[in-house]
Design a protein around this ligand. Structure first.
Ligand SMILES: Nc1ncnc2c1ncn2[C@@H]1O[C@H](COP(=O)(O)OP(=O)(O)OP(=O)(O)O)[C@@H](O)[C@H]1O
Ligand SMILES: [Mg+2]
Length: 370
């Protein structure tokens, strides 16, 4: 009989707040050596903050984190980062360095690895991520998917025992998502490495994970095997989240590409076979809100589009600033939007959640036979 693996990550009572807003609220979690854990949950529930606390990119307000038995308050940050590689949504490669140089930089400077050894290792890693031919390419010569695979190789170059991934595919064009997930999957299969992956790719999470953490409002609200969480969730909020079979998220800022955004919404609607009339309604509602409201009054916005098993379409707009609900104004645009909502039986809800404006809509599913 094999011994049960040791605890690699133990988190006790972790709290972290930003500007008085409690983001992590007494979070407990344990990840065993060699375990693959996916962390899923709604936007803004502290998933990134949790990962960032693990490798001390954020300093916890209170609570304890033990990595391989050592309290992070007593560990040298450089030691900790060596043990733990992290891959972010944005690849952050050094633009002036080739692929090979990007991968070799940390081992040669931080670990003082001899150049030749680092180079051999870098070539091995490039092969592993399927980029053998790209050693001398610069980041700008690579696609997003390729850049992200380089970023993974770069993290692996430090020979970490733990890998943290924070939405490694959400900045990618949909056509490139699979190549990156494939690399992570093969790492999970072969390496025996401990991995924590924040992802919105539910099917992927389900296939690859030993365990799922469902995070909600700053805690691990429910955890279990993929089977338990995805088919038999015990708690209400987990169930509501899982019911959404797919979501996409867009972060909009000043120079966002409106036509690209429109096309993505259309892609999502097509993929889920949303009927023509509901698709038009969806686009109309979104355009109305953007043209008359968000573009004029909001600087940054996170938009999530989801679909449930029953084919209800859910829209969620979250934005900062003072309390601002576009549906209560007295102007023509607001009236028009209210009318669209009313005549199409769209459910609508506005709340302030953790200091952010959150406007949500649900487009009902089409009744059969209509
Ligand atoms: N450095 C920071 N300064 C101020 N507020 C922050 C900071 N980092 C995170 N927050 C806030 O903490 C909350 C949780 O953020 P976090 O990024 O951890 O959520 P998340 O679960 O990763 O969400 P998403 O799925 O959108 O990535 C958000 O309200 C966010 O605005
Ligand atoms: Mg995040």
């Amino acid at each position: 009989m094999s011994e049960s693996p040791k605890d690699m990550v133990v988190v006790k009572g972790l709290c972290k707040s930003f500007n008085g807003v409690n983001v992590l609220r007494d979070l407990d979690a344990t990840i065993k050596q060699g375990e693959i854990v996916s962390i899923v949950g709604p936007s803004g529930t502290g998933k990134s903050t949790f990962l960032r606390c693990l490798n001390l990119l954020e300093t916890p307000d209170s609570g304890d984190i033990f990595i391989d038995g050592v309290n992070t308050q007593e560990i040298d940050v450089r030691m900790l980062r060596r043990k733990m590689g992290m891959v972010f949504q944005q690849f952050n490669l050094f633009p002036h360095l080739s692929t090979l140089e990007n991968i070799m930089l940390a081992p040669t400077t931080l670990l003082k690895e001899p150049k030749q050894e680092a180079e051999e290792h870098a070539y091995d890693l490039l092969e592993k991520v399927g980029l053998s031919g790209k050693a001398w390419a610069f980041p700008w010569e690579l696609s997003g998917g390729q850049q992200q695979r380089v970023a993974i190789a770069r993290a692996l170059a430090m020979r970490p025992e733990i890998m943290l991934f924070d939405e490694p595919t959400s900045a990618l064009d949909p056509t490139m998502v699979n190549e990156v997930l494939g690399v992570i999957r093969s790492l999970a299969d072969e390496s025996g490495m401990t991995m924590a992956i924040v992802t919105h790719e539910m099917r992927f999470a389900r296939e690859i994970s030993d365990r799922i953490f469902y995070m909600d409002q700053g805690v691990v609200y429910e955890e279990g095997t993929a089977e338990q969480i995805f088919t038999r969730p015990k708690r209400d909020r987990t169930r509501a989240f899982i019911r959404r079979v797919d979501t996409v998220r867009y972060d909009l800022d000043k120079d966002f590409d409106y036509y690209g955004f429109d096309a993505k919404i259309d892609d999502f609607a097509m993929k889920h076979l949303i009927e023509q009339d509901r698709r038009e309604l969806l686009v109309e509602l979104i355009e109305e809100l953007f043209d008359n409201f968000f573009f004029l009054k909001v600087e940054e916005l996170t938009f999530t589009l989801g679909i449930t098993e029953k084919k209800e379409v859910e829209l969620r707009f979250a934005y900062g600033g003072p309390e601002l609900n576009p549906l209560v104004a007295d102007d023509a645009a607001s009236l028009f939007a209210r009318n669209v909502i009313l005549t199409n039986c769209i459910e609508e809800e506005f709340n302030i959640i953790d200091g952010k404006n959150v406007l949500e809509f649900v487009l009902p599913a089409k009744k059969k036979g209509n």
